[in-house]
Design a protein around this ligand. Sequence first.
Ligand code: SD4
Length: 319
Amino acid sequence: MQRRNFIKDSGLCLAGLTILQDLHNLTKIDDHRKEGVVIATWNNQKAVEAAWKVLQENGSALNAVEEGARVPEADEKDTSVGYGGYPDREGIVTLDASIMDHEGNAGSVFFLQGIKHPISVARLVMEKTPHVYLAGEGARLFAIENGFKEENLLSEGSNKEYQEWKKKNNYSPVIGPKVHDTIGILAIDKETRLSGACSTSGLAFKMHGRVGDSPIIGSGLYVDNMIGAASATGLGEAVIKKVGSFSIVEMMRTGHSPKKACKKAIERLLDIKGPKDFQVGYIALSKEGEVGAYSLQPNFPYVVIREGKFELKYANSYF
Ligand code: SD4
């Protein structure tokens, strides 16, 4: 009898605990329904502020990440994204971008030229075509058909740097620990919908035609609305080989926190052959609104807004 009562009581206790846990999770979700969360790579403060504004006006996470990514795309001083991005070694600015929404829809542009906002073209690919990727001339024509105007994206400043680089003509397609600005931005909105965006001009003075991780779904960006989202910056070739962002979300699925998942994904880079002097930084956001980041080399900043508070943080790094 005693044993039976004990089992009954402990069963009730467990059921109680489960209910408490569920209630706790629900409260957590309710908190984020009130506010939302935004995280982005590097010191993209203005971008997360723009995204946060969308969330506070009851906008969707998708609108928030698009608005956020458009900020550095239009910023001449950001030499890794959009207008003012460093050109390739032929002197041409070529852009890559990807976007994913809470329903698992995805759109990307690769090697896009002459259009300032590749993230908005990527969104149109997602929403207006049955496809996921549009590249090069096809992507440019699609953008023009949809009302985007063609512009010269090579700023005076970036052209000057390019002219300097040409004097030495030293081809070094490696991203070192020095600061870059490629934007990966993730958001969860008041209805707990997750979305993400990633936009870049790629490696400075890269080979004409080179494409990095940023437009590749699963590498530069991945969103699974049940679990979380992740994005990457740094040497795209390394991220692509390890399908970085997808692997982070899958590790979160098995119970790892966003930070732990980013750390494990960074550790996977170590078995890539060759020197390890390149940089990769990952950011992640869970369905519960928890954020995390990790990088291979030190000095990888990322920015977060939650509960109205902006924070500039530095990720822990492997080295
Ligand atoms: C690329 N991952 O094209 C991008 C570069 C980058 O900050 O992140 N720059 O490989």
